[in-house]
Design a protein around this ligand. Structure first.
Ligand code: RTP
Ligand code: MG
Length: 140
């Protein structure tokens, strides 16, 4: 199995409740390595651009508003099968459907304020990592 990288975001509901350490522990316990990390407060333009794929979805405006409501922590996670592994650790988008032990089951407040983002494919991971990080900021 190949070593991959994926883009992770700890969302404003997670930073507000001081949960970054508890969430990072979940990644590390599962064998993912945090090879880049920074705390940002996204502007509307930045959040809108990041979520441009969802522009036509009914929840887009609320999502951009939520993602700019407080600081986020953006990260690059590295490990075997990192994209799928991270999605597994995060759990389903709606915490009501998330499996026990997943981040969203334990921490998410709602389908929107669901604590974490994770890239959904290796191709999107490369695009999302390049959105936030330059090469010298990623130390594997
Ligand atoms: P993410 O992109 O954040 O990792 O989450 P995901 O793939 O599980 O979910 P996605 O369908 O890509 O949706 C992106 C984010 O939009 C918010 N959302 N709100 N109100 C709603 O019905 C709704 N649906 C999605 C969530 O914050 C979701 O993570
Ligand atoms: Mg998604």
């Amino acid at each position: 199995m190949a070593v991959e990288r994926t883009l992770s975001i700890l969302k404003p509901d997670a930073t507000r409740r001081n949960l970054t350490g508890k969430i990072n522990a979940k990644f590390e316990e599962a064998g993912l390595r945090i090879v880049a990390q920074k705390r940002l407060h996204l502007s509307e333009a930045q959040a809108g651009a990041f979520y441009a794929v969802h522009k036509e979805r009914p929840f887009y405006k609320d999502l951009v508003s939520f993602m700019t409501s407080g600081p986020v922590v953006v990260q690059v996670l590295e490990g075997e099968n990192a994209v799928a592994k991270n999605r597994e650790i995060m759990g389903a988008t709606n915490p009501a459907n998330a499996a026990p032990g997943t981040i969203r089951k334990e921490f998410a407040e709602s389908i929107e304020a669901n604590s974490v983002h994770g890239s959904d494919s290796a191709e999107n991971a490369a695009i999302e990592i390049a959105f936030f990080f330059s090469g010298i900021e990623i130390v594997g």
